[in-house]
Design a protein around this ligand. Structure first.
Ligand code: UDP
Length: 320
């Protein structure tokens, strides 16, 4: 039975990966320090995975010790929402740099294959559109978002160095905006913010004039792409995301429609270094992994709405 460590396994993406690897018959060790993760995301796995699922509350910026063999290490620990990395700048830098170093050291010691969760943020505010993997990016190293972007750029460089110098098998996924159940409703990202505002009847806060674009991928599609990449022989970074690009203004309008809300839209100041456009070029994933997204945004939003209905209601009722 393959043994897999997933750092950040109690987070949004990490927990969906835990589900997938349990389904695939792996023994899964989930590690998380819970600063942005939540054990509610993995509770069901204690029963479903039975003795194949284990949770360890741990900060992976410290030396990681795991008993026994490991086949795969998926390094997903990191704050990933802009509000979170503005609130936790040092932790974000540390987990991208020191955490990646520890995860790679563990993979080397166990002769395991490591998959690094990288990000479209390595492209910064891109001057090439859509973004192919061979675009080097346009990142402000000292801006507020720089803590995440530069940590992930360093993490990619470190993974490549461990691959070239130590022969560790590494995979790098560049994850574009992803959404679905288990996003933290108050993580400040566009989708959780808009959906909870729409469900509560509050105004949707579009930053700037809303002409900036993003392309949103449903979480199940993302997990499939990551699984295929891990099992492939591709050592270069691979973009995984949905190329269906939309302006944030249109996205807010779409959420109002899907939720059936009569909330208005208000405009607030655009955050520093907010990328103007973003869309993955997924030619490499298509060609090498035979992967492309299958869930369109309307369908994905409907599936996500069920989760938000449950969780936003809970919050509203506990506040009153
Ligand atoms: N955004 C917004 N209102 C919000 C939250 C986000 O208009 O309440 C915008 C944000 O400025 C960005 C886009 O939505 O242009 C996507 O933001 P998110 O935080 O989801 O992720 P990003 O792609 O910037 O990492």
């Amino acid at each position: 039975m393959p043994r897999t460590l997933i750092t950040g396994g109690a987070g949004f993406l990490g927990s969906h990966l835990c589900d997938r690897f349990i389904e695939e018959g792996h023994e899964v060790i989930c590690m998380d320090n819970l600063i942005t993760g939540d054990t509610a995301n993995i509770e069901h796995l204690f029963e479903l995975g039975q003795d194949r699922f284990r949770f360890i509350e741990y900060d992976v910026t410290d030396y990681i010790h795991v008993n026994g063999e490991l086949d795969y290490v998926l390094h997903f620990a990191s704050p990933a929402a802009p509000d979170d990395y503005l609130r936790l700048p040092i932790q974000t830098l540390k987990v991208g740099a020191l955490g990646t170093h520890k995860a790679l050291g563990l993979a080397k010691a166990k002769d395991a294959r490591l998959l690094l969760a990288s990000t479209s943020e390595v492209y910064g505010d891109p001057q090439v559109h859509p973004q192919p993997e061979d675009y080097w990016g346009n990142v402000n190293p000292i801006g507020q978002r720089g803590v995440y972007d530069e940590a992930k750029r360093f993490a990619e460089a470190l993974a490549m160095a461990y691959n070239r110098y130590h022969g560790v098998e590494t995979r790098i996924v560049r994850i574009f905006n992803t959404y679905g159940p288990r996003m933290r409703i108050d993580d400040g990202r566009a989708l959780p913010t808009f959906m909870s505002q729409a469900l509560r009847g509050d105004p949707l806060t579009v930053y700037g004039d809303g002409s900036q674009t993003r392309a949103f991928c449903y979480v199940d599609d993302l997990v499939e792409g990551i699984y295929r990449l891990l099992m492939s022989e591709e050592g270069r970074p691979v973009n995984i995301g949905n190329p269906d690009e939309i302006t944030i203004q249109e996205f807010a309008e779409e959420i109002i429609e899907v939720t059936g809300s009569d909330s208005p839209i208000t405009h607030e100041e655009l955050p520093e270094d907010d990328p103007e456009v973003r869309q993955p070029d997924i030619s490499r994933a298509k060609e090498i992994l035979d992967w492309e997204p299958t869930v369109d945004r309307r369908e994905g939003l409907r599936r996500t709405l069920d989760y938000f209905r449950k969780n936003v209601d809970v919050k509203v009722s506990s506040e009153t």
